[in-house]
Design a protein around this ligand. Structure first.
Ligand code: ZN
Ligand code: ZN
Ligand code: ZN
Length: 150
């Protein structure tokens, strides 16, 4: 939590109980979630909280890197907590398709293939978006125990 508070402060955002609760939600759940899920959770503590407020905060948090937007097949907007020391550093996220946890991958070797892609496509590459899907070690172990296939 301390780390996120520091990031909020360094981006000139006020530390409010609602903002703290949003971060808390993601720390406790340890998985990605929709705006509605976060909202429903906040409504338990804050009677007067509108969906737009939650939405605005999640957007702001993604802007400063505390949250990362997760794309899934159902096309809903999901957010996951970024636990990188410096969330603004260039890195990617890996998500578990079973328990929906999100982890940072702190390296990227995309630059190694940039030149090849540029040569083949004739494009000048400006940036890239990469999200890795997988099954985390916890879920792999559970699977092993239950002998069920994914
Ligand atoms: Zn991250
Ligand atoms: Zn998992
Ligand atoms: Zn990259």
């Amino acid at each position: 939590m301390e780390k996120y508070i520091k990031i909020l402060k360094s981006n000139g955002l006020k530390i409010t109980p609602k903002r703290k609760e949003i971060i808390n939600f993601f720390i406790e759940k340890d998985r990605y979630a929709t705006v509605e899920e976060v909202w429903n959770n906040l409504k338990l503590k804050f009677k007067k909280i509108g969906l737009p407020t939650v939405y605005r905060n999640l957007e702001k948090f993604s802007e400063i890197g505390i949250l990362t937007e997760i794309r899934t097949r159902d096309n809903k907007a999901y957010y996951g907590l970024c636990n990188a020391e410096n969330p603004k550093s260039h890195h990617h996220h890996i998500i578990c398709v079973k328990c929906h946890k999100v982890r940072c991958i702190d390296f990227c070797n995309f630059n190694e293939i940039t030149e090849k892609i540029e040569k083949e496509s004739g494009f000048k590459i400006l940036n890239h978006f990469l999200q890795i899907k997988g099954i985390c070690s916890d879920c792999l172990q559970l699977n092993e125990k239950n002998k069920s296939f994914i």
